[in-house]
Write a protein that binds this ligand. Structure first.
Ligand code: GH3
Ligand code: MG
Ligand code: MG
Ligand code: MG
Length: 323
């Protein structure tokens, strides 16, 4: 384990590491002792901006960890007022605290406890009497490791987001619609619950671009998208499927409500007046096609019916809902 962490740390430059060391970090020390002198003695070797908080109540400690307050947790295995191993497993049991770095403090006659603590997933340990320099080194390593994981997680989240979110509008993209939409439809079939689909297309959008320019067109797309998002439920899936076309999948929505919701979406969008940078304003309308899930439908077939309805709405003069 130690080796793997070390190897991964190897991808970091000295500058990365010292950047990690420069950030403010908080150590929570869970012990029923008054203090651990080595921490104070070792402070000159510690990363800068470390603050140390003592807590003798394990439940309070767990709460603080859940709130994400400490960057590193010390657990004194010699604690008598509470079972320190229970605290270790308590921390590892929750998604929000699972990754918190824990450093166990053990005396020579607590080897059995220490083995169990390591089993429960503590990150590292120190034997008493604690050597101040060793303590500082282990603190630095844990804090760097934690910062590195945070950085990895942030870039992972960003990559995931870019894969499923349309950059211009912030709506889900077509790829996400096809993955998540397929899932929603399978679920609706399994639970025999209704599901409705809307296809939304901005009217005469080419004219907006041609008359006012591409930037004005982009602004309209953003405004319309914002209205789409806020006029449906959080559990509905609103996606930008193409240039100025959107699909909305609405689980647990019966046929009778779908048309009303589409009307509401239409009014929400059509009440938008987009202000252009030169002060001009322009009104936007959309056309909407509605379809409801049939027994034999898959994602493609229900969207195709909604698209056919949309086509009729266009033929019929635009700025309307057809199902
Ligand atoms: P209709 O009422 O029949 O839907 O007419 P329309 O002009 O909206 O439809 P058409 O499909 O002919 O034109 C869509 C236009 O959308 C063409 C293209 O210039 C524009 N478009 C597509 N993607 C973008 C984009 O990301 N930004 C901007 N500004 N325009 C886009
Ligand atoms: Mg078109
Ligand atoms: Mg259009
Ligand atoms: Mg179109």
């Amino acid at each position: 384990h130690r080796h793997a962490a070390g190897a991964r740390m190897g991808v970091l430059s000295k500058a990365d590491l010292s950047a990690f060391d420069e950030k403010q970090a908080t150590i929570l020390v869970v012990t029923d002792e008054d203090s651990i002198p080595a921490i104070d003695q070792g402070s000159e070797h510690m990363p800068k901006h470390i603050s140390v908080v003592y807590e003798n109540d394990a439940r309070m400690a767990l709460e603080a960890i859940r709130r994400g307050e400490p960057d590193l947790v010390f657990i004194d295995l010699g604690m008598e007022s509470y079972d320190p191993l229970r605290l270790c497993s308590g921390i590892r049991a929750f998604d929000t605290t699972r990754m918190a770095p824990i450093l166990a403090i053990a005396s020579k006659d607590e080897t059995r406890q220490l083995v169990r603590a390591l089993d429960l997933g503590v990150s590292d340990y120190l034997m008493t009497p604690i050597d101040a320099q060793e303590l500082a080194a282990r603190v630095r390593t844990q804090i760097r490791r934690m910062r590195y994981l945070e950085q990895l997680r942030a870039s992972f989240d960003q990559t995931m987001e870019m894969a499923i979110i349309d950059q211009l509008t912030g709506l889900y993209n077509r790829r996400f619609l096809s993955n998540q939409g397929t899932r929603l439809i399978e679920e609706a079939h399994t639970t025999e619950e209704p599901l409705a689909a809307l296809m939304v297309d901005i009217d005469h959008f080419k004219m907006v671009n041609d008359t006012y320019g591409h930037d004005a067109g982009d602004l309209v797309l953003k405004e319309v998208s914002a209205r789409l998002t806020t006029s449906v439920r959080g559990s509905d899936l609103a996606c930008r499927t193409g240039g100025e076309e959107f699909a909305i999948l609405m689980p647990r929505t019966p046929k009778e409500s779908a048309h009303d919701i589409a009307d509401r979406v239409l009014r929400a969008v059509n009440s938008v007046t987009v202000k252009l940078s030169d002060g001009q304003t322009l009104d936007v309308t959309v056309s909407i096609g509605v379809a409801s899930l049939d027994r034999s439908d898959n994602l493609a077939t229900i969207l195709k019916r909604a698209d056919e309805a949309l086509y009729r709405a266009k033929q019929n003069g635009r700025n309307q809902v057809i199902d």
